[in-house]
Design a binder for this molecule. Structure first.
Ligand code: ADP
Ligand code: ZN
Length: 726
């Protein structure tokens, strides 16, 4: 018996191993093993094939152990990971490493359970007080965990040991699940009466689920239109024919509130997977899925690999979100696209939901790949918020007159406001006024941001930080100017203008402690706070009925990014943030401050008009050969040495262009320095390939890079369908 094994390494090759007799019964395709590899004596590998013969003429090594009792990579998952490895130009081993993430050494956690012995011996009268009490408690309570018995009664471990020795009590083991959401108080919810639009959507989706055929639906519904309710009812349908469901949400939307809505409907049949789980928690959730105790999985990006069998329904909420794309480490996959591929292979139905669909998905409804479903209005005919645009060229202060007054009015009337700015810290730009020196990170080509709370300058791309200087490090001038606006400065300005207001801030800096995220949102939800200041973290999903004003301090941060998706992102972000206003009984108002009031992504956000935005944007994509008309591949070249990096990028581009010859099907741009030309000490150049001929483009890139022999210290990364090219 011989095993084909792959390892979680950037080596595109399977390795053959032999199996010692003692392990022969335990091996099968889809389990993990421990095997010697290279200089390492013990490496985790994945069995991807088993054969009876071995034709090579070298000495094979034995595997050392089989890790899994059950198969952890089903044939479906194997198929999916192979597709990913090919499409995203990675190895199968690296993809499996990402798909089966829990650590092999993770154990089931067993709790010790104390129970009364079946037959009580005669001499039970000779018990001490403490012993008698212990017997009494266990008699009353029935079986109970040992640590609870000790904690609740104060009876010592020694007393219990004696009772076990006497044969009066027994201790047994029972598997306990580490459930991160165990402490929720869950009240059951039932579905409300659907609106006609919801009914239509649910009925089309249900038909597809019951037919057990692949169909993709784009569910385009404005914020608060009841998309989640459609998901819940579609899942009910899947359960009724004994099928499982997978729900993907962006990592920052995976809050307890989101999970709770699903748990309220489906109880313990829901499992949750995300990157903040401990290894133990993740292991236990996997066990519950494998044992079919959980038939609905909610999770972020990597939950697309959840080992559900009989998959009937997949849902990708906020499908336009770029956080579905993984960059580091490989595989650089897009979870939404992987979900579509998984649905197709497993004959399942998939719903892609969004208030602002990605251009790709909306385009797919035009060319007939996806079915279009729409929820055009809010529940209860609540109006969409009034949006107003303020031209900041006319204004001198951080808050325009209009926004200032709107905030004051909310505070006076006891309503709440959200103030949004897509940049954290106090001031992102620090310059000496005497010599003009701009403070930059020594490791990155990025200006340092001043943080008020600890009076330090910080880099937002690496972990570099330093105390804020008293004087210029070049000319010792003492006139240092802190310009630009971050969320800290906004908060401080609000405190100055409205000393009576209660203000809280939510961004990466205030949410690093576990639970702080929740604490901030709760204090706002319960009305302890009047104003919530935050970055895109507050833009998504949250439902605050008392918020009647959303202010966008500056919508220009994203628009000025040199990336072909920057307009799409700005439109979508503004629409999402605006959607936080007026979700309760009171109507909402949105005020957007900008220096480019005429820009189409801002104008379209003003009128909540997705179609208007799409029509403009799609034309520009077509003219410039961008997705959805082509696929992009970004080839990133990194090195700590600038000249080496530049030369390697030139060589790569020449190789690509030579191999491509006069083929017009592939456009090759570059090399050019990346917008973020140096990060964490690495210089960065890139080459961009555009083509609608995927196979050709992939072949060209692989062949060309394979033929190059670049010096040590140069990394080449091929990023298929990149989320950004900064
Ligand atoms: P979305 O996911 O599109 O933002 P939700 O599903 O969260 O919208 O719905 C917004 C609010 O309306 C939620 O509080 C939800 O419980 C409620 N809701 C959804 N559908 C209905 C319905 N048919 N009748 C009454 N309330 C509903
Ligand atoms: Zn840095």
């Amino acid at each position: 018996m011989f095993l084909d094994i792959v390892f979680n390494l950037p080596i595109n090759k399977t390795f053959t191993y032999s199996v010692p007799d003692r392990l022969k019964d335990r091996v099968s395709i889809g389990k993990r093993v421990i095997a010697p590899f290279g200089r390492k004596r013990q490496t985790v590998g994945y069995i991807v094939g088993i054969s009876k013969e071995f034709k090579g003429n070298y000495q094979l090594k034995d595997i050392i152990d089989v890790i899994d009792e059950q198969v952890v990579i089903s044939p479906e998952l194997m198929h999916l990971t192979k597709w990913i490895a090919t499409y995203y130009l990675t190895t199968l081993g690296e993809t499996l490493g990402c798909a089966v993430p829990y650590k092999p050494q993770t154990q089931t956690r067993n709790v010790k359970i104390v129970s009364l012995s079946d037959s009580l011996p005669e001499d039970q009268l000779k018990l001490s007080m403490a012993q008698a009490k212990a017997i009494q408690v266990v008699t009353d309570a029935g079986d109970l965990p040992l640590n609870e018995l000790i904690a609740d009664t104060g009876i010592s471990r020694a007393v219990i040991n004696t009772l076990v020795k006497k044969g009066l009590l027994t201790i047994s083991f029972k598997q306990e699940y580490r459930n991160p959401y165990k402490h929720y108080t869950i009240s059951r919810s039932i579905s409300p009466i659907s609106t006609p639009d919801q009914t239509k959507a649910v009925s089309e989706i249900s038909k597809s689920v019951c037919a057990e055929k692949f169909n993709a639906f784009l569910l385009h519904g404005v914020t608060g239109s009841g998309k989640t309710e459609v998901y819940l009812q579609a899942i009910e349908q899947a359960i009724s024919i004994n099928k499982t469901s997978l729900v993907l949400v962006p990592e920052i939307s995976l809050t307890p509130q989101t999970v709770e809505r699903f748990v309220q409907r489906f109880g313990q049949r829901v499992a949750v997977l995300h990157s903040r789980l401990s290894d133990g928690e993740r292991y236990d959730e996997w066990q519950r899925i494998l044992k079919k105790e959980a038939v609905i999985v909610i999770g972020a990006r990597s939950a697309v690999f959840a080992p559900l069998e009989r998959l009937g329904l997949l849902i990708v909420d906020e499908e336009h979100e770029s956080s579905y794309k993984q960059f580091d480490p490989a595989p650089r996959y897009h979870a939404r696209d992987v979900a579509v591929v998984r649905a197709k292979h497993e004959n399942a139905t998939i719903i892609l939901g969004s208030a602002t669909p990605s251009l790709e998905s909306f385009y797919n409804t035009h060319v007939g790949k996806y079915h279009y479903l729409s929820l055009p209005s809010r529940i209860d005919e609540r109006p969409m918020p009034q949006v107003e645009i303020i031209d900041m060229k006319e204004e001198k202060e951080m808050f325009s007159n209009r926004l200032h007054q709107a905030i004051a009015q909310r505070i006076k009337s006891g309503q709440q406001a959200i103030i949004f700015l897509n940049r954290r810290g106090f001031a992102p730009f620090i310059q000496c006024r005497s010599c003009g020196l701009i403070m930059k990170c020594p490791n990155c080509e990025i200006t340092l941001t001043y943080h008020l709370t600890d009076k330090r300058l910080k880099c937002h791309y690496c972990d570099y930080h330093q105390p804020a200087p008293q004087s210029c490090p070049e000319c010792y001038g003492e006139d240092i100017r802190y310009s630009g606006i971050g969320t800290q400065k906004v908060t401080e300005e609000l405190h100055r203008l409205f000393p009576e207001a209660r203000i809280t801030r939510m961004d990466v800096d205030t949410t690093s402690a576990k639970g702080s995220h929740e604490q901030i949102l709760n204090s706002f939800r319960t009305g302890e706070m009047d104003i919530l200041v935050g970055t895109q973290m507050i833009a998504k999903g949250h439902d605050f009925p008392n918020v009647t004003l959303v202010g966008v301090v500056s919508s220009d941060v994203g628009l000025n990014m040199p990336d072909f998706r920057s307009c799409e992102r700005t439109f979508s972000l503004l629409t999402q943030v605006a959607g936080r206003a007026g979700r309760g009984q009171l109507p909402g108002e949105v005020i957007i401050q900008t220096h480019s009031p005429q820009h189409y992504s801002i104008q379209a956000a003003l009128s909540h008009n997705y179609q208007e935005f799409y029509d403009q944007e799609i034309e520009f994509r077509q003219q410039l050969h961008y997705p959805p008309f082509t696929h992009l591949m970004n080839i990133l070249i990194r090195s700590k040495d600038h000249d080496q990096c530049y030369q390697a990028s030139m060589l790569t581009a020449v190789q690509l262009k030579n191999n491509n010859g006069h083929n017009d099907d592939i456009i090759i741009l570059g090399p050019a320095a990346c917008s973020l030309s140096r990060i964490k000490g690495y210089y960065r150049y890139h080459i961009l390939l555009k083509s609608s001929k995927l196979q050709q483009m992939r072949k060209l890139a692989i062949k060309s890079i394979h033929e190059l022999s670049l010096p040590n210290g140069v990394d080449i990364i091929m990023d298929m369908d990149p989320a950004d090219m900064l």
